[in-house]
Design a protein around this ligand. Structure first.
Ligand code: ADP
Ligand code: ZN
Length: 721
């Protein structure tokens, strides 16, 4: 090959051809450096026939500069990248970029220098040094990362190096990870579990595409069972990817993995340190990383020998990425397994309706675990009708729930209260003039956080201190908090149950692996009586002494125009209910609601999962919604309101008129302003037979909008704001 077609990581440049100099060996997938004007760029050699572009004559081609010392991206991964770009209507280069997680890693292994405290006491202590010494305890990272951790300037830290307070440590990027052992501590499985495990083991050994839905009730031992599939892959020398919906769940997972396989797996997520990122990426590419646990971004990595993919809590909506390339990691995982020719396991106690449908129609093989492990029973669920059983004035917990909390406290058992709302109160207003605190950048109220004494926007991060007086009318001490967040519920519990040890679990309080570890240990050692938490505590945890779950407001998720609201409510409540009674003592769940007859609440109360899925399936069929029809969204935004509106209207005005495609909008988005951008939405509802992507690409391809306008396509959207 003396010509090379490169995919470069800049959508505007697209595809570029180069000459391959004498003596340079490349193949499709090779990662190379090429000249571009006076600059050098990185690109991936692509199969030329799959990337048509204008032919440039040989004489005009510039030569490639070098091949980077990493293995070529394998063909199955290149096919996956093409598939994802096509399906999600995203630039190929943006998808491909996700495979090259770390640009430093492309340059090879070698060493890097990190710093840590020496333990010396400073001769000259400044406030900044004191803060840094406190914050950097137990940390080791580059100066830049340490500066971030300690919130001091890099200059302060360099000074500390000079004064002998920080010392350099040379880190070998390619030092191997400790080996996991397939047979380290194999559990004794129940009969059901063993039958399921046998199927996974056989599938891993068969090395063929096989999609599974591991549909097991909460506490059935899904993790133990898919670990047998992991063990089989380890025994075969193949790599495993386990996708978890959020980093908060990894701590728990790491410990269970270590207990089963003797070492912790390799982690991949967005907040890794630079050296960890380099090390993990290189080990993934070389095959040294046996098992990788990560958030959705781990999905596009160039694994050398992938043998199994597991998507745990596969129903979670956080697998859907809502910026950049808007893909659903659960769905892409199945496609990747197909290209790789390997099994994939989607594990959940509350599978997405789409996954259920694929299992019902035989596309996925359903592996059911209908019973909890060790004879534990599923909890009893009852409904508290808030219209009849009213909480006291200014409180949020109904008398019955309070009684049950007290009973648990007396018996030394644990309780969990779930409310999916961070902070103290979702709305703050002035009693005097009615002024409401709103985010200047978003269509959203500012949420009061009493722990940090701030009003914060949960969409853009805008924050202000809680003022003494109303900014509108100037009246002092006139602000009232409206509605509850978890902080307020925790306060209420502390007042109602003096002496109870209350743990508040939200992303504000549990924001590091250490804190999550401390929480889990405290809960397991029964140092906590009542856990008050957001969706962070709804899944993954196993606290045997937890016997009561209270859902503070089951109606919260049903409000608003979300097309998956019922399903999401069902999943969240069923998951959090699944935390109760996992040990020997039976569990009880109380659901507070104002709509006790809503089908989803009724199904939850009766524990009738099939009824819920059947009703929701029919509703979706009637609406032509997934899995029976397709949805796609077009989101038009600009910092300039008129520009956004004009662009949206122009798009709406040329909407194709097709028999099996319905186009709604444009209309201002529910979040008409988000992070300072004005937003309009169009929603496409099409028959399954319609080629939505092709239609959208041709439709939008005709436009040339001003610089400031962004047009995003969201295929199979989960967010409708
Ligand atoms: P799920 O993910 O289905 O909710 P888990 O995998 O968390 O269930 O299992 C629930 C609990 O039961 C965990 O503490 C797990 O270690 C334990 N468990 C499940 N199966 C077994 C087994 N075969 N032997 C020992 N403990 C088990
Ligand atoms: Zn905001």
């Amino acid at each position: 090959m003396n010509r090379a077609r490169l995919l470069v990581f800049n959508a505007a440049l697209g595809v570029l051809d180069y000459r391959v100099p004498e003596g340079m060996a490349i193949e499709p997938g090779s990662v190379v450096v090429a000249p571009l004007g006076p600059r050098q760029i990185v690109g991936v050699v692509w199969d030329a026939e799959r990337l048509p572009t204008k032919e440039v004559p040989d004489s005009k081609l510039r030569p490639l500069i070098e091949v980077l010392p990493v293995p070529p991206l394998p063909a199955p991964l290149r096919r996956l990248i093409e598939w994802a770009a096509d399906y999600y209507v995203a630039p190929l280069s943006s998808v491909a970029r996700m495979a090259l997680g770390s640009s430093a890693a492309l340059r090879g292994g070698g060493t890097t220098t990190e710093y840590r405290l020496t333990g010396e006491e400073p001769k000259r202590m400044t406030p900044q040094r004191a803060a840094a010494m406190d914050a950097l305890h137990g940390e080791q990272a580059t100066i830049r990362e340490l500066a971030e951790i300690a919130s001091v300037s890099e200059g302060v830290l360099r000074g500390m190096v000079g004064a002998g307070l920080l010392e350099p440590v040379v880190v070998d990027i390619d030092r191997p990870y400790p080996r996991a052992r397939a047979d380290f501590a194999a559990p004794r499985l129940s009969e059901d579990q063993q039958a399921a495990a046998d199927i996974f083991v056989a599938a891993v050994e068969a090395k063929k595409f096989a999609p599974f839905l591991l549909d097991g009730v909460t506490g059935s031992g899904k993790t133990e069972v898919y670990f047998e599939g992991v063990a089989a892959a380890l025994a075969e020398g193949r790599q495993v990817l386990v996708l978890l919906p959020e980093i908060a769940l990894t701590e728990n997972f790491l410990r269970r993995f270590e207990a089963r396989f003797g070492v912790t797996p390799v982690l991949w997520h967005s907040s890794l340190k630079a050296s960890e990122r380099r090390r993990a990426w290189r080990a993934i590419v070389s095959g040294d990383a046996q098992v990788v646990v990560g958030a959705r971004s781990a999905l596009f990595m160039p694994y050398a020998r992938l043998g199994l993919i597991v998507v745990d809590e596969a129903h979670e909506t956080s697998f859907k990425q809502d910026d950049g390339v808007r893909y659903n990691a659960r769905d892409v995982a199945v496609i990747r397994a197909r290209f790789e020719g390997i099994p994939v396991i989607l594990a959940s106690a509350t599978p997405a309706l789409e996954s259920m449908h694929l299992a019902d129609t035989g596309v996925y093989q359903r592996i059911a675990l209908p019973d909890r492990f060790g004879g534990a029973r599923l909890p009893d669920i009852s409904v508290v009708d808030l219209r009849e059983e009213q909480p006291e004035r200014g409180r949020w917990l109904a008398p019955r729930l309070v009684e049950e909390l007290k009973a648990r406290l007396e018996r030394g058992e644990q309780s969990l209260l779930f409310l999916n709302r961070r902070g103290y109160a979702p709305l703050t207003l002035c009693r005097h003039c009615g002024y409401r605190f709103q985010c200047p950048n978003c269509t959203a109220w500012l949420v009061e956080h009493r722990l940090s004494r701030r009003l914060a926007c949960h969409h853009c991060g805008h924050e202000v201190p809680v003022p003494e007086a109303c900014p509108e009318c100037g009246t002092p001490d006139c602000l009232v908090a409206c509605g509850p967040g978890v902080e307020r519920i925790a306060d209420e519990v502390a007042e109602l149950l003096p002496g109870a040890r209350v743990a508040l679990v939200t992303s504000d309080t549990l924001n590091s692996p250490e804190k999550i570890g401390e929480f889990v240990a405290a809960a397991e050692n029964r140092l906590i009586d009542v856990i008050v938490g957001t969706q962070l505590v709804t899944k993954g945890y196993h606290f045997p002494e937890l016997t009561l779950v209270g859902v503070v407001d089951a109606d919260l998720g049903l409000e608003g125009g979300d097309l998956r609201a019922a399903e999401r409510t069902y999943q969240q409540v069923a998951q959090v209910a699944g935390r109760a009674g996992r040990g020997e003592k039976p569990g009880e769940v109380l659901i507070q609601t104002r709509h006790p007859t809503a089908p989803v609440i009724d199904a939850l109360a009766k524990g009738d999962r099939d009824a819920f899925y059947a009703a929701e399936t029919e509703a979706r069929r009637d609406a032509g919604a997934p899995p029976f029809g397709r949805w796609a969204a077009i989101i038009v935004s600009s910092e300039d309101e008129a520009e956004a509106r004009d662009a949206a209207r122009a798009i709406g005005g040329t909407a194709p008129n097709l028999p099996d495609v319905l186009i709604l909008g444009p209309a201002p988005a529910p979040m008409a302003l988000l992070r300072g951008r004005y937003r309009y939405r169009l929603l496409i509802n099409a028959r399954r037979s319609a080629e939505v992507q092709k239609i959208v690409r041709e439709w939008l391809g005709r436009f040339d909008f001003p610089q400031g306008v962004r047009v995003n396509v969201d295929i199979d959207p989960y967010s409708f704001v």
